[in-house]
Design a protein around this ligand. Sequence first.
Ligand code: ADP
Length: 495
Amino acid sequence: MAIIDSNGSFVKTNPACTETLGYSETELVVKPFIEFVHPEDKQSTLDEMARQRQRGYTINFENRYICKDGSVRWLSWRAIYNKEEGITYATARDVTEHKQAEARIRRLVEANIIGIIFFDMTGNITEANEAFLSMIGYSRDDLLSGKVQWTDMTPPEWRAQDELAIEEIRATGKWKAIEKEYFRSDGTRVPILLGGAMLDRSPDQGVAFVLDLTEHKRAEETIRKAHEELEQRVIERTKELSEANMKLKELDRLKSMFIASMSHELRTPLNSIIGFTGMTLQGMSGELNDEQKDNLTRAYSSAKHLLSLITDVIDISKIEAGRIEAYPETFPLREMVDEAIATIEPQLKKKGLTLEIDVPPDINLITDKKRLVQCLINLLINAVKYTESGGVTVSSRGTDGQVFLCVIDTGIGISEEDIHRLFKPFERLENHLRVKAGGTGLGLYLTKKLVTDVLHGDVSVESVKGQGSTFTIKVPGDIRQTQKVSIEQSGGDIL
Ligand code: ADP
């Protein structure tokens, strides 16, 4: 509070006044108050003083004062002028903070980086910035005069969402940004993101922030289209690939069929060569001299080698063409093992190797016996071929419906880095027996194919180089449990 005399000098100030300005009362009293007013506000203040003397009072007049520390403070004045005394009794409120807040908001609004509107709860827009006006295409007048209301700008399908937003703002004082659309003045639509809050001090005044989403939506649409195109391309490409895959499969099948039938054609003349050279070697066509015998023996064993190669190739092609099916029959495991051993016993004896058989007599199997024997013989041939001293053991056991057949040798063994090559076609490992032992490199590949594809089992190997190897065949004790085709349909030897 301050009392000012007819000369415009301070007569009295209260502590709130001295505290606000930073001067003591003695520094203020008798001095003209206008000295302390901000230079830019001096004229308007003097004008107001003149009006006050005529009217007798001042309400809500605002001006700036320079405080003792040089800072500027906004004061809002109310005053009564006593004509008789020539004295003004004035009270002021310090509204500096309020003014600063207002200035900040104004700067934000006028920056026009985002659309900003002020509104009341009846839907009237009380202020809008340029950013908003250019987004919407209406003039400030259209909006502020009430000619165009908020609800007029909102397409009907978005009104319900607006109602919810109003409820939210009533309950919480703000509402979370929502996506919607406005009608522009030309009737087109603009997609926007809208969020807002009630303003302090004026409960029925709110502010809303409006972001134009046109570019954003356009980018979204471009991405969506690109995705769609990509998806379409993936579908087309997948179709092409699966067609190509089908063609390849068909080609593969044809190739295998071709080899199978060609190989058959090869076997007939080859059998004739083997038969006749064998007979000639036995002296059926007369005595042979040593050189003739030697030459014929080479021809005979080469022909035999070729025959076994062709036989393996036929089998592999048939399996790959899906033309080998299992023909299950019931038989004692021991009997099958004996049958296989019988075929390799001569070579075993020739090399002076021992033989051990550890197969329980009571295990019965239901599977394709011919194919299982073929696999076991392949493993036994290898065991004999690649063992120079010691012997071969065949052992077996059955658990959980599976039968395990192991061929154990005390031969040259296989190094760890070579093991993964074993079951690949035409792979023969480098070792000192390679030439002497002979072979095609197809035996294990064929065995693996037969066991997995025809007998529905598996082959595995464990080996220590220089000590020996153990090859294990695991097959289901009853193949019918794993076969898709029932035995009746298989057309094979049925139990
Ligand atoms: P191959 O006709 O050469 O015997 P296989 O497919 O039967 O062809 O075997 C592939 C290679 O695996 C053989 O060349 C040999 O180097 C190795 N191999 C197979 N069985 C044994 C074994 N019991 N001990 C050591 N090496 C073996």
